[in-house]
Design a protein around this ligand. Structure first.
Ligand code: BTN
Length: 264
C-alpha cells in the first residue's frame, strides 16, 4: 500500500516513526493502534488511512470524511512517567495540531477551530493510565461545505475551505504535525509549563467568554479564564474558580456575543 506516493517504510524513515501502517480503508485508525499497542507495537507507531468506515469522535460521535479529503491518523505514545498529568496530553496534542494549520486556534480540550469558519480538526485521546495513549487525529483538509453532513454545515470547515479553496498538500501537513508531536513526545504527560500556558492563552478561543459547560449531573455557566497546568478548564463562576476536567463546553450564546459567532 502506498500513501501519497510512498510506502510505509519510506514514511517511517521520513517521519522517524516507530512503525507505520497505511490503509486505503479501515474501520478506525485508533482501533488499529489500540490493538497494535496490545501486541507490543513500538512508541510512536503511526496508522494513516484515506478512509475510515467506523471513524469515532469524542462522546461516542461518528467521524466521517470522503475518501482522500482529510488526514485521518492515530499515533501511539508509550508512557513511563510516574509523575503523569494525563489531562495535559490532549491539550499539548491540540496545540501541536493547531500549530500546523494557519489561523487555527484551540477550543478546550482539544478541538481545533478556525474562527469565523468552524471546527477544522478533532482529536480523540484514549489509552491506559500509566501505559500508553492513542492520539487519534482527524484534520479536514480538502472538503467543501457540501461535503459535510447537514448538521455540521457552517460549523465545520477544512483547511482549504477556510483559505479560499487553496490546494493543501496532505503529506506536507501530516509531516509538520508529526514533527510537532515528536517535539512534545518526552513531556507529553508532564504539567504544562509557563511558555506553553502563554502560547495556549493566545490560542484559546474560550478565554474571556461566557461559556456553558455540561459536566456529569451539572451545567456550569461562567467566564472561561484559561487552562491550568494540569489541563483543566478554568471557569470563573461569580468569583469562585471551577476546574473542569471532563465535559462539553460551548459559548453561552453566540447571538449575545457576536464577536465569537460561528467558532465551532
Ligand atoms: C472529535 O470528536 O473531535 C475527535 C475526532 C477524532 C477523529 C480521528 S480520525 C482518526 C482517528 N480515528 C478515529 O476513529 N477517530 C480519530
Amino acid at each position: 500500500m502506498h500513501w501519497e506516493g510512498r510506502d510505509a517504510q519510506q514514511w517511517q524513515r521520513i517521519w522517524n516513526a516507530g512503525a507505520v501502517h497505511l490503509f486505503e480503508s479501515v474501520g478506525s485508525t485508533s482501533d488499529v493502534i489500540a490493538s497494535l499497542a496490545e501486541q507490543g507495537a513500538p512508541h510512536f507507531t503511526v496508522a494513516v488511512a484515506d478512509e475510515q468506515t467506523r471513524g469515532r469522535g469524542r462522546g461516542g460521535s461518528v467521524w466521517t470524511a470522503r475518501p482522500g479529503s482529510a488526514l485521518l491518523f492515530s499515533v501511539l505514545f508509550r508512557i513511563d512517567k510516574q509523575d503523569a498529568v494525563p489531562g495535559a496530553a490532549p491539550i499539548r496534542i491540540g496545540v501541536a495540531v493547531a500549530s500546523a494549520i494557519e489561523d487555527a486556534r484551540i477550543k478546550w480540550p482539544n478541538d481545533v477551530v478556525i474562527p469565523g469558519h468552524g471546527k477544522v480538526a478533532g482529536i480523540l485521546c484514549e489509552g491506559t493510565f500509566g501505559s500508553h495513549i492513542v492520539a487519534g487525529i482527524g484534520i479536514n483538509v480538502r472538503q467543501q461545505q457540501r461535503d459535510f453532513p447537514a448538521e455540521l454545515r457552517g460549523r465545520a470547515c477544512s483547511v482549504s475551505s477556510a483559505h479560499g479553496g487553496r490546494d493543501v498538500d496532505r503529506a506536507e501537513m501530516l509531516g509538520v504535525v508529526l514533527q510537532r508531536l515528536k517535539e512534545i513526545d518526552e513531556r507529553l504527560v508532564l504539567p504544562l509549563d509557563r511558555a506553553e500556558l502563554e502560547a495556549l492563552a493566545r490560542l484559546d478561543v474560550l478565554r474571556g467568554n461566557v461559556v456553558v459547560c455540561d459536566v456529569p449531573n451539572e451545567k456550569i455557566t461562567g467566564v472561561a479564564t484559561g487552562i491550568a497546568e494540569d489541563g483543566a478548564l478554568l471557569i470563573d463562576q461569580e468569583g469562585s474558580i471551577r476546574r473542569i476536567y471532563n465535559g462539553t463546553v460551548r459559548l453561552a450564546a453566540d447571538a449575545a456575543y457576536p464577536g465569537t459567532a460561528r467558532l465551532l
